[in-house]
Design a protein around this ligand. Sequence first.
Ligand code: KG4
Ligand code: ZN
Length: 353
Amino acid sequence: MLVLGIESSCDETGVALYDTERGLLAHRLHTQMAMHAEYGGVVPELASRDHIRRLVPLTQSCLQEAGADYADIDAVAFTQGPGLSGALLAGSGYANALAFALGKPVVPVHHLEGHLLSPLLSDNKPAFPFVALLVSGGHTQFMAVRGIGNYTLLGESVDDAAGEAFDKTAKLLGLPYPGGAELSQLARLGSPGVFEFPRPMLHSPDLQMSFSGLKTAVLTAVQKVRAENNGNIPKQTRNDICRAFQDAVVDVLAAKSHKALLDTGFHTLVVAGGVGANQKLRATLSALTIQPHTKGRSKPPAEAVKVHFPAPEYCTDNGAMIALAGAMRLQNAQTAGSFDVKPRWPLAEIMKN
Ligand code: KG4
Ligand code: ZN
């Protein structure tokens, strides 16, 4: 079964062809980052218009690479939400029109389910059950994943998402939008321990997280540095701030990942979403083991954890994860085609009853 996947929830147009027998056949991405950078953030109306311009050529390019024709497509999957309503409507309108013209089913997909299942695009697929850490620009959540459509929210950020904190901090440091990836590059050049930022809610007894206080701590440090340097931030100081900020975020995500594994008893962690491209986070989580609690004196041996990351190109928004999630939903006979978009859509609502 050949599924065309369409992603248009924000500032990236993603199109992909996924075959349930042969895997991913082609995928194309157009990022609008340069267009929005001028404005310091995503301009929704510009985003919608650009998606409309890109969808047909990207689809044609995918079909060409896959050596397929429109008539070979068995179903069209698209991101129904959450996201920007105009941007979602561009993808929904296109997917529904194409599916109608081809006489094929249309499969609405939850954007976060796409991220959640994206590690299944790799050859080394995680087995259910697993803990999923979703870290994107809009979400930072831990989910217990027991199967397709069987997701339980374990905890989430109570304020800013980790990616949002990366982007806002990058902006404070004068880096261009969206900034998260560039901040992490500069962090590599920073020295550890020059700045110390708080690790909010690190020891809270749950899986809730908070990143807005961290951003405020950076703001205070930046103001002090500027006051001492005629309004400037010396290059090395900026790198040191990036390093301290990233270390704090990674520490929190690693500690909470450990707790999520301990609480669920699962031994597999799947990391998805744009911040999952962060090399420091990948290295830290890859080294994670589970240290069981003990009341006695002897320390039980640490238990091994399997950690799965999507390839960096599938961490950020893309059409491949939507095609894959759509194909899995179809195989599980969970389709209910709809033209509607759902700009706000909690993942818990797509749970199987
Ligand atoms: O999943 P995604 O592409 O879009 C959303 O659905 O939000 O994630 C985008 C987020 C942005 O906040 C971006 O700054 C962040 O992922 N990001 C990174 C890195 N690459 C992308 N954050 C930290 N380190 C990176 N290397
Ligand atoms: Zn996303």
